[in-house]
Write a protein that binds this ligand. Structure first.
Ligand code: ADP
Length: 400
């Protein structure tokens, strides 16, 4: 059984074609710079070298056509009808979508209503969905939401201390993101610990270009660091994370910045990039090693803020079975993992420095024998999780 996973951005289309019986990625790729000069198509077929081809792609319609030409030419898919379904990543599902959902005309209009909540992400996701529905009308299309896993947050965690009608009439609340990744690594962590997920308490740290922490009690998300948008919480590659909201008025008043300028500043020019001019963690380490005080400060701030959330989520959960590091930084940056776990003996956290240097894949415990919680490094796989959820959604529809 084959499932295609699509993640449409405003100028990109990321995809994976999975064979679900063997849980194997047949091909994965990215069409980038859609509608710009110099579009590129990067892809990798199973057991082959990565390829990069210059293409001329003007819109998402052409991007999907190019994708299907490649799937056919490389014989991983001879006919669209081989697809059991298509799983679409959708960033924001609002309160309405707490489960993967079969996309119908009604669902499409409900998805449209979520656009004001995620104007930077959902319009592009919807564009991909519309195009795929046009070109593959007979294949079930499933929306899988980044926010859905966090719909289990209690009201005292998801409400902001703002007038109630902003929540009831205008949907202003915390939603949380990266839910697909937090859910996937939580399942693997429980399996590794040989405990039922429904009895497992975890703090999961997804540290990539975007970064978020989740507190998971008995397998359910009960708090998370991102909020109404992915801007809240941890310091990220180029996002500020938590700041005093009054800074926004100050910037507007004293620097005469517009809303759009401030939105751009907080999303694209802040975080590590704002502090040291770089958003890629590998380059930040290189800068720090060459003596950059700003890069050292960025690393110290990044780790310090994670530690504060770890402390807070211990208080939320009371008992923590494992801390889980995932995402490009969480999986690969031993310095950062060590910095996040340093001086946390009060929480029973103790890292084995040699295990931390080179953890096994895809799941490793890097805690020392006297650590109370396990400290796990787990390779996330959001595409597989989207495919699994889409598959389960189709099975449920067929059974109904
Ligand atoms: P995205 O959120 O876009 O999916 P990733 O999860 O791929 O991003 O994470 C990207 C981040 O991971 C970048 O900051 C990159 O520098 C960092 N990263 C990747 N490999 C390493 C490594 N070996 N050491 C430190 N950081 C790494």
């Amino acid at each position: 059984m084959k499932i295609l996973v699509l993640n449409a951005g405003s100028s990109s289309l990321k995809y994976s074609l999975l064979e679900m019986v063997q849980t194997k990625v047949l091909i994965a790729g990215l069409l980038d710079r859609i509608g710009e000069t110099g579009s590129v198509h990067r892809y990798q077929l199973a057991n082959e070298q990565p390829q990069q081809v210059a293409v001329n792609i003007e819109n998402h319609q052409q991007a999907l056509q190019a994708l299907f030409q490649l799937l056919t030419a490389s014989q991983v898919l001879t006919d669209q009808r081989e697809l059991a379904c298509i799983g679409h990543r959708v960033v924001h599902g609002g309160e309405h979508f707490s489960q993967p959902t079969l996309i119908t005309a009604d669902v499409l209009s409900q998805l449209n209503a979520t656009i004001p909540l995620a104007p930077l992400h959902n319009p592009a996701n919807l564009l991909g969905i519309r195009e795929a529905m046009q070109q593959m009308a007979d294949i079930p299309q499933i929306a899988v939401f980044d926010t859905a896993f966090h719909q289990s947050l209690p009201d005292y965690a998801y409400r902001y201390a703002l007038p109630g009608d902003l929540y009831t009439d205008h949907s202003v609340r915390r939603y949380g993101f990266h839910g697909t990744s937090h859910r996937y690594v939580a399942k693997l962590a429980a399996e590794f610990l040989a405990k039922p997920l429904a009895e497992t308490n975890l703090i999961t740290l997804h540290l990539g270009n975007g970064a978020s922490v989740a507190a998971i009690a008995n397998g359910r998300s009960v708090d998370t660091s991102m909020g109404m948008t992915p801007l809240e919480g941890l310091m990220m590659g180029s996002r500020s994370g938590d700041i005093d909201p009054a800074i926004v008025f100050y910037l507007s008043r004293t620097l005469d910045m517009s809303n759009a300028d401030i939105e751009n500043l907080l999303n694209k020019a802040s975080g590590c990039k704002g502090v040291c001019g770089e958003n890629d963690m590998r380059r930040i380490h290189a800068l720090a090693e060459s003596g950059s005080a700003e890069a050292k400060l960025a690393l110290a701030m990044y780790a310090y803020r994670i530690k504060k959330y770890i402390g807070a989520y211990f208080a939320v959960l009371n008992r923590v079975d494992a801390l889980v590091f995932t995402g490009g930084i969480g999986e690969n940056d031993h310095w950062l993992r060590a910095a996040c776990c340093e001086n946390l003996s009060i929480l029973g956290i103790s890292l084995d420095t040699s295990k931390n240097l080179n953890p096994a894949r895809p799941v490793a415990d890097i805690s020392s024998t006297d650590s109370k919680p396990a400290i796990l490094v787990i390779n996330t796989n959001e595409e597989l999780e989207i495919a699994l959820q889409a598959q389960a959604c189709v099975a449920k529809q067929n059974a109904a």
